[in-house]
Design a protein around this ligand. Structure first.
Ligand SMILES: [Zn+2]
Length: 69
């Protein structure tokens, strides 16, 4: 199921985590050359991706929410 990004925070390893509309969290790592998300490294880039739809596998699996919506 696709869900919009509503915000971000960093985890204990300093990786960026997107907060989705459905209440699930999803890592949005930038680890070139395997995972390329240069937008996540800048505040402007993250801002521009608010509302972008990400595929939420946790929704597909029916997992409980990571945070209250
Ligand atoms: Zn979800």
């Amino acid at each position: 199921m696709k869900q919009a990004i509503t915000g971000y925070h960093r985890d204990e390893e300093d990786d960026w985590v997107a907060e989705l509309q459905c209440g699930h969290f999803q890592h949005v790592r930038h680890r070139p050359p395997f995972i390329n998300r240069p937008w996540v490294t800048t505040a402007a880039g993250r801002q521009a991706m608010l509302g972008h739809l990400l595929l939420c596998k946790k929704c597909d699996r029916g997992e409980p929410k990571d945070a209250p919506v």
